[in-house]
Write a protein that binds this ligand. Structure first.
Ligand code: PEP
Ligand code: MG
Length: 325
């Protein structure tokens, strides 16, 4: 069984009828790179930068970050590495910084809201990312974007940092891609507007489900509402993909859903371009994709969008999977 999967290691990801996609890996630190290189992933769709801040006793310096980012981009040897800027706050705290007490930290001062407010922290990270971009293919991604203004502010800040680097004669990739996570419903429903400004989208279903269902992702009592394949979520995902495609942006997904066997046929049908998942899921996903015809997946997705419940969608997908196997 394992042997059969190995065949897919050095292949490109494509559907049965030859539509190419990207299957990439998510990582949390440079230590994960060996696993990614072994996995057959075609790049890194999400590098969570939090570890640099959480396993530390101070905000990491520009130099410390530069070393870590450069290591990952170089190791990936020209494959795209999407690095997400600091997504702290919510449940993730820092020993050396006191966050304000909030009633609902998941709805509070976190991620891009924090870094747009703490420009000295943001500057060190953006400069480190830009400098690392000179050593491979790097994409910068902002987490928790809710409004077009936030995205424009964050992007303008990157432009400002580029000017600083220019004046210091420090090199970086002038065409570095700047994209955003779509993990707040407000961004999903307005995706076509964000697409004018962002080079790419990556759908964060862990949070998108949380915010759409108003169900805390850490609460066991409401865990039954974690339903990424619920038709409501499928509609938000469709709006995001269609919105991105109106401006020819690539649309990926880096939430857990991207590696889920029951979700993959639906996501192919909805037109997702890139699937980023844990390294251990890559080959299984590629094998599954190779058995799926785009037209069949589109029919499946269209049917699923019209259903009422998550159970109905899962039953539909299971019947589909049984047929292709
Ligand atoms: C997500 O929200 O789906 C995501 C990928 O980000 P995180 O799990 O780090 O919040
Ligand atoms: Mg998230």
């Amino acid at each position: 069984f394992k042997e059969e999967l190995k065949k897919f290691k050095n292949q490109v990801s494509k559907t049965k009828d030859g539509q190419t996609k990207l299957i990439e890996a998510n990582i949390g630190s440079p230590a994960d790179i060996d696993g990614v290189l072994e996995s057959g992933a075609e790049g890194i769709g999400l590098f969570r930068s939090e570890f640099l801040y959480m396993d530390n006793d101070h905000f990491p310096t520009e130099e410390e970050q530069f070393v870590a980012y450069k290591k990952v981009v170089e190791a990936m040897n020209k494959q795209l590495v999407v690095i997400r800027t600091l997504d702290i706050g919510g449940d993730k705290k820092l020993s050396y910084y006191e966050f304000p007490h909030e009633m609902n930290p998941f709805l509070g001062y976190r991620a891009i809201r924090f870094t747009l407010d703490k420009k000295e922290v943001f500057r060190d990270q953006i400069r480190a990312l830009l400098r690392a971009s000179a050593f491979g293919e790097l994409g910068i991604m902002f987490p928790m974007i809710a409004t077009v203004d936030e995205f424009k502010d964050a992007k303008a800040f990157v432009e400002q940092c580029k000017k600083e680097l220019d004046s210091e004669n420090i090199k970086y990739d002038k065409n570095v891609q700047i994209g955003m996570m779509v993990e707040i419903p407000a961004a999903a429903v307005n995706a076509d507007k964000f697409a004018k400004h962002a080079d790419f989208f990556s759908i964060g279903t862990n949070d998108l489900v949380q915010y759409s269902m108003a169900a805390d992702r850490m609460s066991e009592k409401v865990a039954y509402l974690y339903q990424p394949t619920n038709p409501s979520l499928l509609r938000l995902i469709k709006m995001t993909i269609d919105g991105g495609h109106t401006k020819k942006r690539w649309v990926g997904m880096c939430g857990e859903m991207a590696g889920d066997v029951q979700a993959i046929p639906l996501l192919i049908g909805l037109g997702l371009d890139a699937f980023s998942m844990s390294a251990s899921s890559v080959l299984r996903a590629r094998q599954l994709m190779s058995k799926i015809d785009l037209k069949d997946a589109q029919d499946l997705a269209n049917q699923a969008l019209e259903l009422e419940t998550n159970e109905e969608v899962l039953a539909l997908v299971d019947a589909f999977l049984a047929k292709i196997d």
